[in-house]
Design a binder for this molecule. Sequence first.
Ligand code: NA7
Length: 546
Amino acid sequence: MVKTVCGFDVAIVGAGFAGLYMLHRLRGLGIPARIYEAGSGVGGTWFWNRYPGARCDVQSLEYSYSFSDELEQEWHWTERYAAQPEILRYANHVAERFDLTRDIQFETRVTGAIFDDTTDRWTIRTDRGDLIPATFCVMATGCLSTAKVPDFKGLEIFRGCRYHTGHWPHKGVDFTGQRVGVIGTGSSAIQSIPIIAGQASHLFVFQRTPNFSVPAHNGPLSPAVTRDWEMNRNEYRHRARTSRTGILHEWGTESALDVPPEERDRAYELRWQRGGLGFGAAFSDIGVNKEANDTAAEFVRAKICGIVRDRAVAEMLLPKDYPLGTKRLCVDTGYYATFNRENVTLVDVRSTPIEEITPAGVRTSTAEYAVDSLVFATGFDAMTGTLCSIDIRGRAGAALKQKWSQGPRSYLGIMVAGFPNLFTITGPGSPSVLSNMIVSIEQHVDWIADCLAFLRQHRLTAIEPTVDAENAWVAHVNEVADSTLYPRANSWYMGANIPGKPRVFMPYVGGLGVYRQKCDEVAANGYEGFTLSAPAPEADRSVDRP
Ligand code: NA7
């Protein structure tokens, strides 16, 4: 039965960290809003990704909201890198503390959104038959929310249990005594493999591309670190907001090629011992100069050879055909050492590809591996997958999916020409996945909230980027990406993990601080690059910018 729901101005899609904060900000402005969420609870990524070992690669103190002093003071993280259950508890705490749940409709998937040119309003459609009219629609759908299982022949006939890391059963899975296959060696696999190996009778890891991974050195948060954070929090938060990635790395200022090899290795060793993503920030040119990058890559390869005892296995684990960091650098706890276990077998499915899934397990071009359970750690249709899976229709019925068929096009990664009043939090063309997601989310939400307040103040009902502004931004995003090593890898940043997806570098790599400044300037200049419109029935609906 189709139900028409009325009574609010903004429909928000998704109750992850983006949707929750968006709702909170709109409440503060007195703008009625409601969230539609496919899951049965809040938390987004952290609601779905419950695989063993799931953990944030950004330190917990930094990977948390900064908008509320009270929230900051009352929440205490227990570990340097928070695990999924703790982050999910935090999301639930936020939802409860700010009384957000009463405006969230759970277990409701948004399937379509259509813009009506004559009324400047969206109608959002859900899988429960709701038709929701709203002036604005905010997509808080996340960057990695459409899980991808490769189209293997025979998938349906496998007799054992199948799991995807991004859709893990809520009650958990105990692999004790089982033969398990993990397909993929990205971040999710690298976090889960050591734990699954500890339970399984035998673990087969099917690796197509080896990844660079650095140790987390996770542990309880020390009272000294917590105290320092509490005392200097405002300064740290400010630094994060204006930094390149929203993470408080110490960025090396020298070229890796300007220091003697021993000094360079000392710098890498120091960061390896500290643990975490800061390894990739040791020198200023690791991301842009292949020769400089080679020094960091070689350091990690030597570490892998030092950890993994079997020479042939170590050799298989060495990433060689793309620069370090151009596929997401992984952070692990005991990943490489796991391959020293008797019960773990690494299978190279680059040289011997998976040909089919059989009732008993996985058959490659040279052997069949019998398993009781199969874990697909095969990633996501990143950044555009979820937005394109919703039937979004802008002006004159144009489909977003069609508009993005050659790669995403947007202005600032926030809005799309031809799709007025539709905002994409951490959309393609913004720093998003190259940054601390919570810092980027807060920046986008604040910008959107300020924009909606501005429109209300000036009695405007529609905002839309101009095609010229969008074209210029897309060209800029590409130009900056091309000045880095990123496009050299077959990464999900490039859409390369999805057959048929255009190869376009999707996030904005120019840096979060620079990007924030640009967004702020655009707003300060009366939303430069956007067309703002007043309500019908005025003949000319464009208004001069105040
Ligand atoms: P990723 O990083 O996309 O990793 C997926 C892995 O699955 C990767 O090793 C892929 O190999 C592998 N894969 C995908 N398709 C296949 C097929 N058909 N055969 C064999 N192997 C395959 O996803 P994650 O979930 O680990 O991480 C996603 C992000 O979440 C991560 O970067 C963090 O930002 C958090 P490939 O490299 O494509 O050869």
